[in-house]
Design a binder for this molecule. Structure first.
Ligand SMILES: [Zn+2]
Length: 312
């Protein structure tokens, strides 16, 4: 799935770190994420600052990637190291060396970001990066989630005054009434309804939906994820389910959600009563007839693929 970026790990603990020239910039506007044109990579703060000299104050620490990499004596990159103090260790065994990449998000009013693509760079939509491989797709969609939150929380919903970033946590604080606004994450459920060797597949009613997917919907205030799963299946297909089993979860920055997946068994008649406002199609598909998934970046596709392979 898109968040499976081993050996890298994403650390999104809050920090008020200030950018250095080697850190990477997440610069998003309506045309997409700013990338270097020659290769699909992000500009460094130094490269970005050459084009936006007055905008350093708009950079906010987003998160970091880190991984442990084996280090050999000859690979030591510590500038002050003479190798003398490391020689004993290096000669005995490799010791892990921490590699990290820090990312800073550009937070500026939307109207100031229109059309800002420097020469030698290009913009790519985060969703177009889903098949790019490596950690970049997950970095991009997570950055998009953060960017949309900052961009849509410029003023206090209580008194209308300007918001400013909190110095101690990932939050925005009203400069007048001190109301605190935390990042918005919408929980949703994804349900794979099974009936022996059959899986319930659906297709959204929106005009551009082509993929067969699973029943999905947002968790409402006051209900558990399991209750949401039962309600969504009933609302969209008229089917009852039982024996819910947790299938995993996934942060999905493209829609600002945290998806919570369940496998569930059909409970009762298998006749589908379609909610045509939500779905264009819902059908039972035998395990051997499930079409190949275009990619396994989403929890939905991962669950379908697990059922098709007989893992579930
Ligand atoms: Zn306020």
């Amino acid at each position: 799935m898109i968040q499976d970026i081993a050996p890298w790990k994403l650390d999104n603990a809050f920090s008020d770190a200030v950018p250095s020239s080697a850190d990477l910039v997440l610069d998003i506007n309506c045309d997409g994420l700013l990338c270097t044109a020659s290769s699909l990579s992000l500009p460094t703060v130094g490269e970005w600052h050459e084009h936006f000299p007055l905008s350093l104050a708009s950079l906010i620490y987003a998160f970091r990637l880190f991984k442990e990499a084996p280090t050999k004596h000859g690979d030591c990159t510590t500038a002050s190291c003479t190798h003398a103090e490391h020689a004993t260790l290096h000669s005995q065994t490799d010791i892990p060396r921490l590699e990290e990449i820090r990312f800073f998000l550009v937070v500026r009013p939307r109207e100031e970001a229109e059309g800002m693509t420097p020469d030698g760079m290009r913009r790519t939509t985060p969703s177009a990066l889903r098949g790019a491989g490596g950690p970049l797709p997950f970095v991009a969609v997570t950055a998009l989630h953060l960017f949309r939150w900052y961009a849509s929380h410029r003023f206090c919903g209580r008194c209308g005054s300007a918001l400013r970033p909190s110095p101690k946590e990932r939050a925005l604080v009203c400069t007048s009434c001190s109301e605190i606004f935390y990042p918005v994450i919408a929980p949703c459920v994804i349900v794979a309804v099974t009936d022996k060797d059959r899986l319930l597949l659906t297709r959204y009613a929106r005009s551009n939906a082509v993929r067969l997917v699973l029943v999905a919907g947002f968790v409402e205030i006051g209900e558990t994820a399991e209750q949401a799963a039962e309600r969504e299946v009933m609302e969209e297909t008229g089917l009852r389910i039982r024996n819910l089993r947790y299938a995993g979860s996934q942060p999905w920055g493209l829609s600002g959600t945290l998806a919570i997946g369940f496998f569930a068994e059909l409970d009762g008649p298998d006749t589908i009563h379609l909610d045509t406002g939500e779905l264009a199609e819902a059908c039972w598909v035998n395990r051997t007839d499930i079409p190949p998934c275009p990619d396994d970046s989403s929890l939905t596709m991962s669950m379908i693929e697990r059922f098709a392979r007989g893992v579930e």
